[in-house]
Design a protein. Sequence first.
Length: 99
Amino acid sequence: MKTENCASLEELRSFIDGLDDQIVELIATRNAYVKQAAKFKHSIEEVKGKDRMEAVMDRVRMRAMELEVSPNLLTKLYTIMINEMVESEIAEFRNARSL
């Protein structure tokens, strides 16, 4: 991970704003893939995927520690993100079954 040495607060904020844009785009891309996953699943329980959620959380925590970012922060963020995405996947699953 490489960061720039910023010469001003404005420059630093510009880098942060750019990163925020990338983060939002990555989350949107992740959500699109999650919605696609619904077509490969056969039940709501499979959509909820408790084992998968645990595996993702373990991997994210390990990666956070490697990058010296709070694993607790990432766990909280991912818990919110995954719960919301599971809800959208459930809606996608139900819509596909009602057609």
